[in-house]
Design a protein. Structure first.
Length: 772
DNA sequence: GCAAGGTC
């Protein structure tokens, strides 16, 4: 008698095995996939973890050819479900053959139920074994034991709801993407795909809407009356209570009345203590937002880094919506781990009684993200030299501690100053107790001091001004704000949100500029065109409508076929709007893409073809790269390029032997197009004189910079053998100033995020010049 | 080649 358990992931399989066997399980491998086995009485158990979905939908191969199939007809074709991970399917079949019962134990959500049914379908084809479902909301022993003692029937409605989503998402994505891409290709040659999808398009839509607001913004004039008061000891500013005054006459009449006043008096005074609570525990979304806001790391990278940190045992599982600790959470263990390790300073600040500030979301799958292992920067750098690994780890650790600390207390003072009968307001804020902010340097607060004044006290007026300004457009969306918008509008899930942002970047729809997201021409024009023909595609409504259909399937009010039919109808309606506006859409998009192509050509411009006088450009293929003529296929003129190294075209250097252009190859050497590597050319020294830094201390040669693929150092032009090291990091610039002592040129070394060093590098110089 | 959703 063998009970087979199937979970969504390996980690859950092992944890369940540990709990059900009281730690006495064995890990074996079947076709290289881990399976955990143990027995109790005459019952033997085998627990296997999948890796998410093992099946997926796609169109039958007859519909693979984009040009041969009218994209619209795809909406009437039903996609097929196929096994995508044969290795898992094969193990499922093997286990099904020996199973007396199979328990589906995937995550307790729609996709989890669906993944369970994928396994069920595969197993049912080889065995008539029966299936049960274990529903648990955490991997704690109590919860797992309870779930396995109260097995239920698998929920077909829930699984079918996910099925309907898959089919509808695929239909819409494929039909729209092919239609738009092909329409554009009727006018312009491009390999790039213009994709549309029920999550990626609304995501781009948010960025587009903001950009439109910015572009359509018309600034308005307004006037602000401001004063600088003096209390006898210090100056402090005040603003007229009316704030922005949009009527010039009104502003001027107030200003004229008081502009010559020399004193005022305090007419209101409030002092309030206010507290700022620590942040809620971290869930995925919050981590991604803070990574972007505080550290300037893209959500995609933050998620990748968090996953690596998790796999290396530094932090807990990073994909969760939960921002609330369970009552059982063992704070003491985590705190102990840090007590005698790194972050002892944080531990020592913790209050005696631990009360986390909890959020309200509990998806019952995982606890919030918290640190597991105390580590130093060095420890984390062993995992990756990318400093962001440490930055994310440090954020997670500090967030964990901040969450357990008391609120920060501020004393907020409000003073109102009466000048004639006009009132000016002045606000101050002083931190009384840093609370959680002591361990959380990412949130900054700056004190604004006000003098100690009482009601009725007089103040002098140093200055009163009335200045005109203009209203400013809203700022570009930050990646953190975009994530919030997606979350609030139900676009994507905790695991996919950053992926949708990435898709849009990959497609060239928008890009990062620092922390903000900036739309690119291609994205703006596509969104603009869609907004004209099928506005719902770039708004969250499509997703919402499909979601409500799916919800009906899940709750049993609608069967999957009707839901797919109704959803398909919805997509068809949108598709016909799209296809009616085809010419307008294509012409709009084509203009932007041709512009991009022209820009791209400019970047790759090498020179003119010696045979036909057309433009030469760098051409990259799967097999390598070369310089070719844009007149191809009529003109077949080509020139070879070095196989390796980043290429940058030196616009300032002309080849003396008549090469079409000079290209810098990585850090290594130069290459004249049509001639070959410059180091084989007799003019090399004249074209690229060595970067001399000073006299050689050993002979009458000069020291110059030698750059190889792996290092850089100074060598002697006379090849006397004397060398000297150079700083191995940072950008080097040779200054014109010379060291007063040895006469070598002063060197500037600038590393990323560090102050530049300005130094004399000569090791033999007795008076090493060093200034910043 | 096209979507979104799991997870490694």
């Amino acid at each position: 008698m063998t009970t087979v358990v199937i979970t969504e992931k390996n980690r859950a399989a092992e944890q369940i095995a540990r709990i059900l066997s009281n730690g006495k399980y064995k890990r074996i491998r079947i076709e290289s996939i881990p399976v955990y086995e143990f027995s109790s009485g005459n019952q033997s158990w085998k627990i296997m973890g999948l890796a998410g979905h093992i099946m997926g939908y796609d169109y039958p191969s007859a519909y693979k050819d984009w040009r041969a199939v009218d994209p619209g007809t795809l909406l009437d074709i039903e996609p097929e479900k196929k096994v995508l991970k044969e290795e898992y399917a094969s193990v499922i079949r093997k286990l099904a053959n020996e199973a007396s019962e199979i328990i589906l134990a995937c995550d307790y959500d729609r996709e989890g139920e669906n993944i369970g049914f994928e396994a069920k379908d595969i197993a049912s084809k080889v065995s008539d074994v029966s299936f049960k479902r274990a529903k648990f909301s955490s991997l704690s022993p109590e919860e797992i034991n309870r779930a396995f003692n109260s097995l239920v029937e698998p929920d077909v409605n829930m699984a079918m709801a996910a099925e309907a989503r898959q089919i509808l998402d695929l239909k819409m994505g494929v039909a729209f993407t092919r239609f738009i891409t092909l329409s554009v290709r009727e006018y312009v040659r491009t390999k790039k795909i213009l994709s549309v999808g029920p999550c990626q398009s609304p995501t781009c839509g948010f960025v587009y809407e903001r950009e439109r607001t910015i572009r359509d913004f018309k600034p308005t004039d307004f006037w602000k009356i401001e004063a600088l008061f003096n209390s006898g000891e210090t100056n402090f500013p005040g603003s007229h209570r009316k704030g922005k005054i949009f009527n010039k006459d009104e502003a001027m009449s107030v200003y004229r009345k008081i502009k010559d006043c020399s004193s005022g008096s305090i007419c209101e005074r409030n002092v309030k203590e206010s507290s700022v609570n620590p942040p809620n525990p971290l869930n995925t979304n919050e981590l991604l937002k803070r990574g972007s806001n505080f550290l300037g790391i893209s959500p995609e990278n933050t998620l990748k880094i968090a996953e690596d940190l998790y796999l290396a045992g530094f932090i807990s599982y990073p994909r969760t919506e939960t921002n609330k600790y369970s009552k059982e959470f063992k704070f003491a263990e985590i705190i102990d781990e840090f007590r005698n390790g790194h972050y002892n300073d944080c531990v020592s600040l913790l209050p005696g009684d631990i009360h986390p500030k909890n959020g309200k979301k509990d998806s019952h799958d995982h606890p919030p993200i918290y640190p597991i292992k105390s580590a130093s920067k060095k420890d984390v750098m062993k995992l990756s030299e990318n400093p962001d690994y440490w930055n994310i780890y440090d954020l997670i650790v500090r967030h964990f501690f901040a969450n357990l600390m008391p609120p920060a207390i501020f004393e907020k003072t409000h003073l109102a100053v009466l000048v004639k009968d006009e009132i000016f307001d002045s606000k101050g804020s002083v931190m009384k107790d840093a609370g959680w902010m002591q361990v959380y340097p990412f949130e900054k607060s700056s004190d604004k001091l006000l003098p100690r004044l009482q009601m009725g006290d007089g103040v002098n007026i140093e200055e009163i001004s009335c200045n005109m300004s203009q209203t400013t457009p809203p700022k570009k969306l930050t990646e953190a704000e975009l994530l919030t918008l997606m979350e609030h509008n139900g676009i994507g899930t905790k695991a996919t949100a950053s992926g949708h942002i990435e898709t849009n970047k990959k497609r060239g729809y928008f890009e990062n500029r620092g922390k903000t997201v900036s739309i690119m021409d291609r994205g703006f024009v596509l969104m603009d065109a869609l907004n004209e023909s099928v506005p719902s595609v770039i708004k969250p409504e499509v997703r919402a409508r499909i979601e409500s259909l799916i919800q009906d399937v899940e709750s049993g009010n609608m069967d999957i076929d009707s839901a797919v039919l109704e959803g398909t109808d919805l997509i068809k309606k949108m598709y016909s709007c799209l296809s009616e506006g085809k010419d307008r859409l294509a012409s709009k998009v084509v203009a932007a893409i041709s512009d991009e192509a022209a820009q791209e050509d400019k970047k790759n411009f090498i020179g003119y073809c010696s045979q036909c006088n057309r433009i030469l450009k760098i051409i990259k293929t799967d097999n390598g790269r070369f310089v070719g003529c844009t007149g191809y296929p009529q003109c077949k003129n080509t020139y070879p390029l070095p196989r390796k190294g980043a290429l940058s075209i030196l616009r300032s250097s002309e080849c003396r032997r008549g090469g079409a252009a000079v290209i810098k190859v990585g850090k290594k050497y130069h290459w004249a197009v049509g001639i070959g590597p410059c180091f084989t050319c007799e003019f090399e020294k004249e074209c690229f004189p060595p970067e001399i830094i000073g006299d050689c201390p050993e002979c009458d040669g000069s020291m110059f910079v030698i750059q190889t693929e792996k290092s850089r150092f100074l060598g002697c032009t006379k090849r006397c053998g004397y060398t000297q090291s150079l700083p191995d990091k940072g950008r080097l610039t040779i200054n014109e100033d010379k060291c007063e002592n040895c006469g070598w040129n002063i060197l500037r070394v600038k590393e990323m995020k560090k102050d530049a060093l300005v130094i004399c590098i000569n090791r033999k110089c007795k008076k090493r010049y060093n200034k910043c």
